[in-house]
Write a protein that binds this ligand. Structure first.
Ligand code: CTP
Ligand code: MG
Length: 224
């Protein structure tokens, strides 16, 4: 039994803006991506971590082959970054978790439930039912109200049996299909993907305001 964590951290953070990509913004005095890597290492559940970063950053990272954390060059899309990270890890593993570099507040209990569900069913993600009313719009005008009863908002970590993630990524690459997350990709190729209750505090730092919220939440946050 071994568990690999892939952290895609090669995005440009266009919605966040500013000179430093959001995954390197400090939270509690550490770059977000480092904070996330350390939480996984402390969990005691993880064997290895591969972080996909931009080429520019890669040249500054020093690594040795025995390190549990490996850095690789990411790709143009998140999915390509995940593929490159998976290809870089040559050791055997039975479950792979994919986690956004910019979600510092995932819960260990949810992570454990996701790993168990992935082992049993093949794939699992944390997600939250939508609470806001969802409208479709065009040219700044409301056109329709969407039935939200079956809609959920996806979070990470998303967990997969190794062969499920590998097969979905390889097929997607062959067919030039690009999904915004790996759970959606696995479902697209017909795999069963279990939905586990997510956590409202497991926010993704997308815009500047999210970092402000994260700093406020950090004051209350206790490491599990
Ligand atoms: N990501 C990546 N490689 C890419 C694009 C995104 O590794 N080519 C990573 C981001 O670094 C982030 C995660 O995927 O950790 C979630 O993506 P998102 O929040 O959309 O980040 P960005 O793509 O950087 O932001 P934006 O969409 O606003 O440009
Ligand atoms: Mg993006």
């Amino acid at each position: 039994m071994s568990l690999l964590v892939i952290i895609p951290a090669a995005g440009s953070g266009s919605r966040f803006g500013g000179p430093i990509p959001k995954q390197f913004q400090p939270l509690a005095g550490k770059p977000l991506v480092q904070y996330v890597v350390e939480r996984f290492l402390l969990s005691g559940m993880v064997d290895r971590i591969v972080v996909a970063v931009t080429d520019a950053l890669l040249t500054t990272v020093k690594q040795t082959p025995q390190d549990r954390v490996q850095f690789v060059a990411g790709g143009e899309t998140r999915q390509q970054s995940v593929m490159k990270a998976l290809e870089a890890d040559s050791a055997e593993c039975d479950v792979v978790a994919v986690h956004d570099a910019v979600r510092p507040f995932f819960r260990m209990s949810t992570f454990a439930a996701l790993i168990a569900a992935a082992r049993e069913h093949g794939a699992a993600l944390p997600a939250l039912p939508l609470t806001d009313t969802i409208h479709a719009t065009r040219d700044g005008r409301l056109t329709a109200t969407v039935d939200r009863s079956n809609l959920v908002a996806a979070q990470t970590p998303q967990c997969f049996r190794y062969e499920v993630l590998r097969e979905a990524l390889v097929r997607a690459q062959r067919e030039k299909f690009d999904a915004t997350d790996e759970a959606g990709l696995a479902a697209h190729y017909g795999y069963e993907v279990r939905v586990i209750p997510g956590d409202p505090f497991n926010i993704k730092i997308t815009r500047q305001e999210d970092l402000e919220l994260a700093e406020m939440h950090f004051a209350e946050w206790s490491q599990e």
